[in-house]
Every structure is written in structure tokens, then in C-alpha cells.
Design a protein around this ligand. Structure first.
Ligand SMILES: Nc1ncnc2c1ncn2[C@@H]1O[C@H](COP(=O)(O)OP(=O)(O)OP(=O)(O)O)[C@@H](O)[C@H]1O
Ligand SMILES: [Mg+2]
Length: 149
């Protein structure tokens, strides 16, 4: 099942990330899709903050993955450059591990990812406005209801 919602500002994205942050658990898998500059990393920063992570989260584009330690670790991946290569860099260990995994450009490794996941697609409407399409599979279906209103 999926829901759509409009985000009107960076502040509203922060509020949305806080809601998502209340639903995380060990092994949580959150997949992000959306154009360059849509707000995937911005969302992830807010999510990390809501999980109590105080380190500065920035784009992992040139490192594929960064791990931020917290009550639950946040494994932030950007697999933009892995197109066609498949899962590499021992990412699997983290996807199936005990942290919270956030993957930007997840479609590049979709064949290596479990069916059960939360998928958030961010579409740019204008400078600050975004359309979110939120889809949950398996146990994440319930989470879609919690975060989309
Ligand atoms: N409502 C909003 N939500 C999120 N970001 C917004 C919003 N409005 C404006 N922005 C701005 O859009 C930019 C989003 O950049 P960000 O790096 O998060 O995108 P990205 O999707 O991670 O891009 P990339 O594919 O290059 O990794 C930031 O400069 C942010 O301040
Ligand atoms: Mg990014």
C-alpha cells in the first residue's frame, strides 16, 4: 500500500523525519528515491537527529556508506555510483544488520535488497515543495499509516 503527501518546506521535512524516527527498530530498512537535490540527504540528516545522532550527517556519495553510532546505528548509504554493479562493499552485512539502514538511489541495488522495506520517493514540485510517495512492504505497511498523517 502507498500514500502520498505534500511537504511544503524544509521544516515540514524535519517534522516528517521526526515521525519516521519514532518508528525505527533494529534492522529497519528505508529506501529513498528521487531526483538529484530532491532532499534525500536532507531527510536523512533530520532522521539521524531524531534518533539522537549528533554527528554531522552529510552526503556519502563518494564513500558509498557512512556509519553513525547511536542507540541504534544509522547506516547511511548512497549507491548512486553502484548502478549495474550490484551489491558491493559488503553492504549486505549492514542491510541485514541491527542498525537502521537508509539507502539513497536504492533502485541501483534493488535486486540485492529484501522485499520488506519502507520506500520513500521524493519528487520536486518547486523550490521548497516536495511530493512524497510512501510505500511499505510486509511489516512496513503499518508504518506507512503512522507516518503519512
Ligand atoms: N522541503 C524540502 N525538503 C528537503 N529539502 C529541501 C526542501 N526544500 C528545499 N530543500 C533543499 O533541497 C536540497 C536537497 O538536497 P539533498 O542533498 O538533500 O538532495 P538529495 O536528494 O540527497 O540529492 P542527491 O541525489 O544529489 O544525493 C537542500 O539544499 C535542501 O535545503
Ligand atoms: Mg543525497
Amino acid at each position: 500500500m502507498f500514500k502520498e503527501m505534500v511537504i511544503n518546506s524544509v521544516k515540514e521535512m524535519d517534522d516528517f523525519a521526526k515521525k519516521v524516527g519514532k518508528t525505527v527498530f533494529p534492522g529497519y530498512l528505508l529506501c529513498l528515491e528521487g531526483d538529484l537535490g530532491a532532499g534525500k540527504t536532507t531527510f536523512t540528516k533530520f532522521l539521524g537527529a531524531s534518533m539522537g545522532i549528533t554527528d554531522m550527517i552529510n552526503s556519502p556519495t563518494f564513500t558509498i556508506m557512512k556509519i553513525y553510532e547511536g542507540t541504534l546505528d544509522l547506516n547511511h548509504m548512497d549507491v548512486y555510483r553502484l548502478s549495474g554493479i550490484g551489491m558491493d562493499y559488503d553492504l549486505e552485512e549492514y542491510v541485514y544488520g541491527d542498525g537502521v539502514c537508509v539507502i539513497e538511489w536504492y533502485k541501483n541495488i534493488i535486486e540485492s535488497l529484501p522485499e520488506e522495506k519502507l520506500v520513500i520517493e521524493i519528487k520536486i514540485i518547486d523550490e521548497f515543495k516536495r511530493l512524497l510517495k510512501i510505500e511499505g512492504f510486509g511489516k512496513y505497511e503499518e508504518i506507512v499509516k503512522k507516518i503519512s498523517n
